[in-house]
Design a protein around this ligand. Sequence first.
Ligand SMILES: Nc1nc2c(c(=O)[nH]1)N[C@H]1C(S)=C(S)[C@@H](COP(=O)(O)OP(=O)(O)OC[C@H]3O[C@@H](n4cnc5c(=O)[nH]c(N)nc54)[C@H](O)[C@@H]3O)O[C@H]1N2
Ligand SMILES: Nc1nc2c(c(=O)[nH]1)N[C@H]1C(S)=C(S)[C@@H](COP(=O)(O)OP(=O)(O)OC[C@H]3O[C@@H](n4cnc5c(=O)[nH]c(N)nc54)[C@H](O)[C@@H]3O)O[C@H]1N2
Ligand SMILES: [Mo]
Length: 780
Amino acid sequence: MVKELHDHRDHDGDRRVPQTDESALHIATPSRRAAGVPGVTHALDHTLTELGPVRTARTLARLNQNHGFDCPGCAWPDPEHRSPAEFCENGAKAVAEEATRAVAGPAFFAEHSVEELRAWDDHSLGKQGRLTHPMLLDTGATHYRPVSWDEALDVVASELLALRTPDEAIFYTSGRTSNEAAFAYQLLVRGFGTNNLPDCSNMCHESSGSALTETIGIGKGSVSLADVAAADVIVVAGQNPGTNHPRMLSTLEKAARRGARIIAVNPLREVGLEKFANPQEPLSIARGGTTLATDHLQIRLGGDQALFQAWGRVLLEAEEAAPGTVFDHEFLRSSTHGLEPYLEHLRALNWAEVETATGLTQAEIRTTAEALLGSRRTVVCWAMGLTQHPHSVAMLRDVVNVLLLQGNIGRPGAGVCPVRGHSNVQGDRTMGIFERMPEAFHDAIDAEFDFASPREHGLDTVGAIGAMRDGAAQVFVGMGGNFAKASPDTAVTEAALQRMRLTVHVSTKPNRSHVTTGRRALILPTLGRTETDAQASGPQRVSVEDSMSMVHASRGRLDPASEHLRSEVWILTRLAEKVLAGRPGAPVVDWAAWRADYRLIRSAISRVVPGFADYEARLDLPGGFVLPHPPRDERRFATPSGRAEITVNELVYPRVKPGRLLLQTLRSHDQFNTTIYGLDDRYRGIHGGRRVVFVHPDDIASLGLADGQVVDLVSEWTDGVERRAEAFRVVAYDTPRGCAAAYYPETNVLVPLDSFAKGSRTPTSKSVEVRLEVRAAVTA
Ligand SMILES: Nc1nc2c(c(=O)[nH]1)N[C@H]1C(S)=C(S)[C@@H](COP(=O)(O)OP(=O)(O)OC[C@H]3O[C@@H](n4cnc5c(=O)[nH]c(N)nc54)[C@H](O)[C@@H]3O)O[C@H]1N2
Ligand SMILES: Nc1nc2c(c(=O)[nH]1)N[C@H]1C(S)=C(S)[C@@H](COP(=O)(O)OP(=O)(O)OC[C@H]3O[C@@H](n4cnc5c(=O)[nH]c(N)nc54)[C@H](O)[C@@H]3O)O[C@H]1N2
Ligand SMILES: [Mo]
């Protein structure tokens, strides 16, 4: 936090630093309708400036099409019948960000020292454009200099081979890496001798994976697009699809037109959930859009476990009043375990506690429970609002409980739908990017590649930061992502990275992690999804898996931003040759052949990972193919009991000290995680700035503050360390009392490293206790 303080003074004092100018900040009334004409024109504006008209037309025409490339934005699946413009405003922005013609080459790095660049924010860094050359920051050097690929990879190999043990290396992955690259990566890492494979998922849907694996035996969602469209009731909890999964709105719209009841559970009235004007349908726009959510439960942060327990209780009461009308007894008897203790737990539910936890009235909860009662097909969708709390795993087990009571898993039109973030985060996990893969996976790679993979579990994201901080790790490799900014406790994470002997980032664009370096640092520039990946056997395609277990091909067509870019597969296989050549016990792989022809990687995957038989041929099918999912396909639950587990979870909800607020850290409409596209959050009425904190008007008054005042956010955590995010403008906003919101990643400095969810170790980004401190005098 000391650093953040310092940086901020720099920004104010030095006008040459391209910093976000918060004096342009302008607050307007939040909008009431998502997407539609403003959405599309906004996207085209953005793309046109980055790409120019011809490149824009060529690029967008291939986005999410059968022979095109997969959108590098979110992981929402593609519909079977695609419209010619199968993309959304934010997908177009994600593409523009990657396909931009601006470049950050050797001249840029020669002009600016690393120290100077550390005073820039991520918006300014990213705007420089695409990386073009491998760049090395030598020990003691002030500037990065261009190096050959050979030299760069020799540096990585020599630092890795000099470690006392392979466990001193950390291999992080973000969620854009293709299946092929992910599979090669995990094999290189395990061949080197460690399971230290933390990924962005540790900070994202890990709680979903943990809760679902325990209860239904597989950590993935159980629905298809058709199921969502066919549901009677769709609960959308802790998710802002209008911004983060805009194409989901078309599916919700279909369901809404069929009469489905959509229940939004969210502390904020997210505009996309209220009204949606389909950009592909002029009529829908003319009519002012479709109303999506018929009910909005404006829940307090972290109150969802109480809500789901209360819903379970109402279902139980109705079942007891008219036995056989609510529960799916046949399913409960044949396929579940643990019903009775759960029902006992529901009978003991304390309504007063539920009302405190949720901030909702018993009447509101009962009315919405009636919708569940009358539904034969219920889907529950969720994202970060449910996964980033201390009690998220228990909360999600309670979500599963409610669905199981009515047999709503493994039936058409029903199921669990954790909506994933990064476009291939689910596929990366399937390919083995995980610090604790199941034994069966290890057995399979050992057999295929004739080696003995390490079995001891590796470090997850929180564990990796601790190890780096404590000197137990010396080399950090990031396959995509922005570890310095995306991780919690920014000051701790940055200091941890700076203790490394070597930090390496395989990236497309400059970001904060490149300037938060170890003693030596490398930036390895890579091809993006949109670009042609030409190898010895010809242009390559890669494959990805969406949120609903559909695997499909992606093929880039644009000319690469620089002739020096290499594909992730190229980089990893070259590195594998350098690190593993002659190493006793290394996996037996012809890395050069893999690099020349990715079909060989897919062929290996098809022998190792269940569900990938005929991988190559099935990638040719329009839309690809779906992976097996036992609960969805055959109501089979691969838990230790062989049945779906109904669980008893003690009711937990956050409580903060008087005079404090609970803060959630969330995304604006103009960013992709740590990549900031622009400074507007138009749906929430924010323009020209990001340092705002949304607070209920009565809280503003009771804290003795005023709307528009500038405050510091100070985190309150048990360790007594001061974590401070400076200079946020207070914005009166429609959020429950006691529950504030501000943007990620500016607020990551406030999330303590050891504040994470029980059972998944996901940082508690939606549950940070803060106090607001008035700033003496502000220059803005
Ligand atoms: N354009 C764009 N698309 C993206 C991303 C992006 O940054 N930009 N990020 C991608 C990634 S990696 C991810 S994981 C997803 C994230 O998608 P989201 O989860 O939608 O992202 P957040 O902005 O974190 O929003 C959290 C939502 O949950 C609500 N919420 C917060 N706390 C609670 C709670 O306790 N209970 C309930 N019921 N609701 C709560 C918030 O008000 C907000 O609406 O989006 C993916 N898609
Ligand atoms: N406080 C707070 N913290 C959070 C969250 C939150 O809600 N609140 N959300 C968490 C979540 S859900 C997630 S998923 C993480 C995200 O954490 P990360 O995945 O680490 O972060 P991103 O910002 O998505 O990574 C962006 C960088 O990826 C690189 N990149 C982009 N495309 C490619 C590509 O095709 N290949 C390669 N090699 N690199 C590429 C670019 O250089 C870009 O700068 O953050 C987490 N952190
Ligand atoms: Mo995510």
